[in-house]
Design a protein around this ligand. Structure first.
Ligand code: XLS
Ligand code: MG
Length: 353
């Protein structure tokens, strides 16, 4: 019975988050509860928190991006690129925020409106310009509004064809750019067109340049699809298509909670860490990305405990994964004694074995 192979040398993990993870606590039912912490000051917090990767929306890099020309956008992005370098930070990806503007209210690439689809493409080109001006070669596509409130609103087959065409146009616009698709089954739409790793990887293989299309798996998004995040990550790793991860947690099928990693299901988090360890994730510079939101009740300006806690729990679970007795696990598997394996796993997590 072969033993799962851990990487020859322990991986030293690097961490990333997006500035939207430091927020003022507004939610659909209430306003800000904390004073604003200036966007530009957030980058100064990263290294002291143990993070060196910055996930960016295009308008995190260039606020009010739509009000500038392409050369102005590139120049502003270049400035931020220098700010990040001065802070010892690296941009991980740039995601066009194709879910805020009016032109994306009914989808960006899958909108029924020609003008909306043109806007989406124009905005995507600017996002690629931003990435390249910062020395970043990755575009993140969270197809937030590529879906419907009512199924009859759009032709689903045409929607998938349009999403593939958008991916191909992006790949053609810059021959070095990579496209990382972040699946999510719903919210803000009632139903979204790219809900799982399977959908994302199918688009990758159908694209003009499959090796340049990868996936970002978010724990909560997999859980909202009623799937196991560790399996979604393992599926991507099996295809060498796990570009990044958004670790967090989710307490059941409801709105996207972006809870701290491991805060609802510690064993589920442990399984994600084991998959990443065994898959050698991070050995080629991939970041352990977080996408976490602090509780609205948390006081402080800025609140960063949720970032520090999620990073801490990840590292604690790495220690647990590395101290797991692999010979004992192989024996349980060999005997098909999964009762024994489960008890051992739980007692290991409890610090008793
Ligand atoms: C959804 C996305 C979102 C970022 C990246 O979870 O990850 O948090 O905006 O596009
Ligand atoms: Mg996310």
């Amino acid at each position: 019975m072969e033993k799962p192979q851990l990487s020859p040398q322990p991986t030293t993990y690097r961490f990333s988050f997006g500035p939207w993870n430091i927020s003022e606590g507004a939610d659909p039912f209430g306003p800000n509860v904390r004073d604003v912490f200036a966007h530009g000051r957030k980058f100064g917090l990263y290294r002291s928190l143990g993070f060196e990767g910055v996930q960016l929306h295009d308008d995190d890099a260039v606020p009010d991006i739509d009000s500038f020309t392409a050369p102005q956008v590139a120049a502003k992005a270049k400035e931020l690129g220098q700010v990040l370098r001065d802070e010892g930070l690296q941009p991980e990806f740039v995601a066009p925020r194709l879910w805020f503007p009016d032109a994306t209210i009914d989808g960006a690439f899958t909108s029924n409106s020609d003008g909306d689809r043109q806007y989406a493409w124009d905005r995507t080109q600017r996002a690629v310009d931003v990435a390249r001006a910062m020395g970043c070669k990755t575009i993140g596509f969270w197809f937030a509004r590529e879906g419907t409130y009512v199924r009859e609103a759009k032709s689903a087959k045409l929607a998938y064809e349009r999403l593939l065409a958008a991916i191909n146009r992006t790949l053609a616009y810059d021959p070095e750019i990579q496209v990382w698709i972040e699946p999510k089954p719903n919210e803000p739409m009632d139903m979204a067109y790219v809900p799982t790793a399977g959908h994302a990887i199918a688009l990758a293989y159908a694209s003009e340049s499959p090796s340049r299309v990868k996936v970002i798996i978010e724990s909560a998004h997999a859980l909202l699809a009623n799937l196991d995040p560790s399996d979604e990550m393992a599926f991507c790793l099996a295809h060498d298509k796990l570009g990044s991860i958004h670790l967090n947690d989710q307490n059941g099928l409801k709105y996207d909670q972006d809870k701290n990693f491991g805060s609802v299901n510690l064993r589920g988090a442990f399984n994600q860490v084991i998959v990443l360890e065994e898959g050698g994730y991070g050995r080629r510079g991939e970041f352990v990305g977080l996408d976490v939101k602090t509780m609205r009740t948390q006081r402080g300006v800025p609140v960063t405990e949720h970032l520090a806690s999620s990073r801490r729990i990840f590292l604690d679970l790495v220690d647990k994964a590395r101290s797991l007795d692999r010979v004992r696990v192989a024996e349980y598997r060999g005997k098909r004694d999964y009762e024994g394996l489960e008890l051992y796993t739980l007692e290991h997590l409890l610090g008793r074995k």
